[in-house]
Ligand binder design. Structure first.
Ligand code: CO
Length: 244
């Protein structure tokens, strides 16, 4: 393990390297930040947002917490989102989970971990909501991978349902939401294809979850047509979305 002195040495080398590449790098950066992306990811040290998407400081605004959750009462995350959308005017909000997430794994274990269990309860809720699909997983690793994906999709919906994003879309501001998963085993990102923007968002924000789960079932969201299908009395949409 490196000592903290080594970190300061590294820092000086890094700052020198950056100014060698671009003499005005820090001068320009200190003046303003104009990131186009907000990244909401896991706190896991193996998933450094800037690096895995090849962006420099100043190019991506980042919020991280255990298991990349967007909770409606988390003032920390909501404040980051508001600042990013309303002041920085980011064009994309990316919720990025990762396979091999300790938070996801801990959430399905039948043992206590202390305080963090209250936070991970949100993942457990996702697990229970999609239990019918998840129980079909062939083994525990694939169950955890699927849960990781469901969790990201639900967090995208949570972002969509925030007052910040709803207001932005109402103003006509272009903010596109995305759900991705990073694989720590090969360093590659996977797009879960649940992107939502002001043009394809459901009129009723609470329809968003239905849309996302429907996609998870392998059916394409087709706006009006899909909504008509989901109204069929023999296949209640609300029940489908709850059962996953
Ligand atoms: Co994690």
């Amino acid at each position: 393990m490196k000592t903290t002195k080594e970190l300061f040495d590294n820092n000086r080398h890094w700052a020198k390297r950056m100014t060698q590449i671009n003499r005005r790098f820090f001068k320009d950066l200190a003046g303003q930040q104009t990131p186009k992306y907000l990244w909401i990811g896991c706190a896991d040290s193996r998933v450094p947002a800037n690096e895995i998407v090849g962006l420099l400081p100043g190019e991506i605004f980042v919020h991280r917490n255990v298991a990349n959750l967007v909770i409606h009462t988390d003032i920390n995350c909501l404040s980051v989102l508001q600042y990013a959308v309303e002041i920085l005017e980011v064009e994309h909000v990316i919720v990025c989970g990762h396979y091999g997430c300790g938070g996801i794994e801990a959430a399905v274990e039948d043992q206590r971990h202390g305080l963090i269990d209250n936070w991970l309860r949100h993942v457990r809720d996702v697990y229970q909501r999609h239990h019918h699909q998840l129980k079909r997983a062939k083994d525990k690793p694939s169950l955890l991978r699927r849960l990781c994906e469901f969790n990201v999709k639900e967090q995208v919906v949570n972002v969509a349902n925030t007052t910040t994003v709803q207001d932005a879309w109402r103003r006509g501001q272009s903010v596109c939401l995305h759900g991705w998963v990073y694989d720590i085993h090969d360093g590659l990102l996977k797009d879960l294809k649940v992107s939502i923007n002001k043009d394809n968002r459901p009129a009723n924000p609470y329809k968003a979850l239905e849309m996302t789960v429907t996609r998870a079932q392998g059916l394409a969201f087709k706006g009006k047509k899909q909504r008509q299908v989901s109204r069929r009395p023999q296949a209640p949409a609300a029940k489908r979305s709850v059962d996953g």
